[in-house]
Design a protein around this ligand. Structure first.
Ligand code: NAX
Length: 328
């Protein structure tokens, strides 16, 4: 067995946290020979629910779970102490009548504290995945408040959108989802995101050739992926949880394991200016990893249709950034 690693999860007693923690403890993500100490962080009023989650973790008797640290969000430095991964799930959800701009302002301060505490207390090799919405801009705030941590350690989650898009393409083509590769999500994890079918492949062929219904690809497909979160809420009466937790774990796996040839992982990362995106924005790109280092996949040719979509999502992210300028 290796030395344990420490993985923090904020909002650990919430619905995504609950769907994520047991899988982190089981060895599925970091491997069967990698012990994990979980740092579970919650608002003070949710700590008793967190005790219940802890009891259930004990009752699973996972051989790879080397310890549990429970921490109130009042002391984030204690919560993130020596952590190798920080998964930021906890934040205030959008309520009826709330504009996106309101949400950015409400959640922004959570992430200034998160960034400062990560810089002060986490392990030197820390990597941070922001799931709590608006995740791109929350990640930007976190990164800005942890300036000593290299920018390539910060990620915001667009993987749920990638997985949703892959499923939609597979169903339309009548092929298994495992045949779909190279699905990129460009931009913001929001209704302006651009799920890219032009570069996606089905059984190694361009999805755009396999699915000949261009109207469906350009309209229905994109809108279905963009609005899938709302569709799940209206059907289930609650927002995506198991699929969101699954996507967060897929993101971690895709960063720490090599990407297969001909495939990509979609994640929002700090832009280096690639594809004309403002440097420093947390923007959804296709990336590939060698298991320790990752890179934005370069040289993809985006046609006029794609460029227009990318500009729209870029503009939304610029507006979000402008709304939180004082927090950066
Ligand atoms: P829940 O309300 O079930 O759970 C959130 C938990 O976070 C609660 O237990 C709450 O006590 C805790 N919390 C709130 N503020 C906190 C803070 N400052 N520190 C620590 N804990 C805090 O929400 P859930 O369904 O789990 O969703 C969590 C977040 O994920 C939301 O912001 C949601 O919008 C976002 N999502 C992001 C997705 C993505 O693809 N990036 C998709 C799913 C999800 O909508």
């Amino acid at each position: 067995m290796k030395a344990p690693i420490r993985v923090a999860v904020t909002g650990a007693a919430g619905q995504i946290g609950y769907a994520m923690i047991f899988r982190l403890a089981s060895g599925e993500v970091f491997g069967p020979d990698q012990p994990v100490i979980l740092h579970l962080i919650e608002l003070p009023q949710a700590l008793s629910a967190l005790d219940g989650v802890h009891m259930e973790l004990d009752d699973c008797a996972f051989p790879t779970l080397a310890g549990v640290v429970k921490q109130s969000s009042d002391d984030l430095e204690a919560g993130f102490a020596d952590c190798n991964w920080v998964l930021c799930v906890g934040s205030v959800p959008r309520k009826a009548g709330m504009e996106r701009g309101d949400l950015v302002r409400i959640n922004g301060p959570i992430f200034t504290n998160t960034g400062k505490a990560i810089q002060a207390a986490a392990s030197k090799d820390v990597r941070v995945l922001v799931v709590g919405n608006p995740c791109n801009t929350n990640c930007l705030i976190t990164m800005a408040n942890a300036p000593d941590i290299p920018r390539d350690r910060f990620f915001a989650m667009t993987r749920l959108d990638q997985n949703r898009a892959a499923s939609q393409l597979a169903q339309k083509a009548g092929e298994p989802v495992s045949s779909v590769k190279n699905v990129a999500i460009w931009g913001n994890h929001s209704a302006t995101q651009y799920p890219d079918f032009y570069h996606a492949t089905i059984n190694g062929k361009s999805a755009n050739d396999v699915i000949t219904d261009t109207d469906w690809l350009q309209k229905d497909f994109i809108e279905t992926v963009q609005k899938r979160g709302a569709a799940v809420i209206s059907a289930r009466g609650a927002s995506s949880a198991a699929s969101a937790a699954n996507a967060a774990l897929d993101t971690v796996k895709s960063v720490i394991r090599p990407t297969a040839e001909g495939d990509c992982c979609s994640v929002a990362v700090c832009s280096d200016g690639s594809y004309g995106i403002d440097e420093g924005l947390i923007f959804g790109y296709p990336i590939s990893s060698d298991g320790s280092k990752w890179e934005i996949l370069k040289g993809w040719d985006n046609n006029e249709f794609a460029q227009e979509k990318i500009q729209a999502t870029l503009q939304e992210l610029r507006d979000e950034r402008d709304a939180v300028k004082d927090l950066l």
